[in-house]
Design a protein around this ligand. Structure first.
Ligand SMILES: [Zn+2]
Ligand SMILES: [Zn+2]
Length: 411
């Protein structure tokens, strides 16, 4: 049961309940989101819609569930992974620009660029937890090895579109311009879009975890799952809107309301990442916006990509929309971090906000055990296991000596 709960709070990043904090964004003072919980009924008429709310008749769902063969964590994980394996091409215009080849494992961090720069013998470490490790370690899994062919990939593009779309950011060198920054953002949003849809599909598999358990336990499982479903649906709606915004600008070439900041460091940092997230706090701790509140469809997200060009790590933070909102505040707060701490700040931002983060193995292995423990805890930020808080960005120990050599701001 522990692993089940932990897995769900891991997946549940956008269903949080926190104290109201008064500042400018309306979400900071809005009431919390209502969740209509299910009403469990121990015995129902066979043809009645089942109490768990998935839409099947009782006889096809929870009738006799306590006597069904129990499903184990590994089967559930296998089913979840299977739902994520089937892909689609994210390119938005299949009529004028149809796919020219089959779906591939598309990298969100360039394999020959950023990934190669941190790989050792063809491997990197990933912080994305596997269910068996969560179970084994009581929710504190170690980062584990993954081959560079599988690191950061998702079946979200055909080979043809992947190659053509991202050619401008696949070379050996990179100039920070709106067009290149936009492509990084597009890739991150396409990835998040895929992940959120896969998450919804995975709920179905997880709902079977109450097989062979008594009614009381079925109730616990189904209540967690239905609350999770609310959050997942909301997340999917949001990410569809983000993707639609990026799609429209990809096709039109319009970049006026696409904004970004970018920093180039003077050396290769031992990590890469690609993600899109809601910044709830600025790096200095100022509250920016809160998730899980009622009626807030104007939450701002930002994309973040960290990779390497010409032996130098770059970071691009981008967003579409306002020049005065939470995304801008977040980007500015990162730029305001003093140069000698910027790389450390960047690493914390990634640990807090994305599981699509990859590390150089020897670097991780050489870290102080206390620091490892701290980062392993921080990866749960934004779940019901560890709420996000204003002090999580604070740097306690300096790890990197890299310094920024170029900063670009395009608002
Ligand atoms: Zn049911
Ligand atoms: Zn395609």
């Amino acid at each position: 049961m522990l692993a089940f709960t932990i897995l769900n709070c891991w997946l549940q990043r956008r269903l949080r309940i926190t104290n109201p904090l008064m500042t400018t964004h309306p979400s900071l003072s809005a009431p919390m989101m209502n969740i209509n919980l299910i009403t469990p009924v121990e015995k129902m008429a066979r043809n009645h819609p089942c109490w768990c709310g998935i839409g099947l008749k009782y006889k096809k769902c929870h009738l006799n569930r306590e006597n069904q063969k129990p499903i184990n964590h590994f089967e559930v994980e296998a089913k979840m992974l299977a739902t994520m394996r089937k892909g689609y091409c994210s390119h938005p215009d299949q009529i004028n620009d149809p796919c020219g080849s089959s779906i591939i494992k598309a990298h969100t961090v360039q394999k020959k660029g950023g990934m190669a720069a941190i790989a050792e013998t063809g491997h990197v470490l990933t912080m994305k937890p596997r269910m068996k490790d969560i179970t084994k370690t009581d929710g504190n899994p170690e980062p584990y090895r993954i081959g560079v062919n599988d690191a950061s990939v998702f079946p979200g593009f055909c080979g043809d579109h992947d190659t053509r779309l991202f050619k401008p950011i696949e070379g050996k060198f990179l100039t920070f311009e709106k067009d290149t920054a936009f492509l990084f953002g597009y890739r991150a949003v396409a990835y998040e879009h895929f992940q959120r849809l896969a998450q919804i599909k995975s709920i179905e598999a997880q709902r079977l975890m109450d097989r062979g358990h008594p009614f009381s336990k079925q109730v616990v499982v189904q209540k967690i799952m239905s609350a999770f479903a609310v959050g997942a649906e909301r997340g999917a709606t949001e990410v569809k809107a983000w993707k639609a915004q990026f799609d429209a600008r990809l096709l039109s070439g319009h970049r006026d309301d696409f904004r970004f900041v970018a920093v180039r460091f003077d050396e290769v940092l031992p990590f890469v990442a690609a993600s899109a997230f809601h910044a709830e706090f600025a790096v200095d701790g100022k509250p920016l916006q809160r998730l899980g509140r009622q009626g807030n469809d104007d939450l701002e997200f930002a994309t973040i990509n960290v990779t390497t060009f010409g032996g130098q790590t770059i970071v691009v933070i981008g967003w579409i929309g306002s020049d005065t909102g939470p995304a801008r505040d977040f980007a500015d707060s990162f730029l305001a971090v003093r140069d000698h701490l910027k790389a450390d700040s960047l690493f914390r931002i990634l640990v807090i906000h994305t599981e699509n983060l990859f590390l150089r193995e020897s670097w991780w292995n050489g870290l102080d055990p206390a620091l490892k423990a701290e980062f392993k805890t921080l990866v749960w930020a934004g779940t019901s296991k560890l709420e996000r808080s204003r002090d999580q960005y604070k740097i306690n120990t300096r790890l990197f000596s890299a310094a920024p050599i170029e900063t670009v701001v395009a608002y």
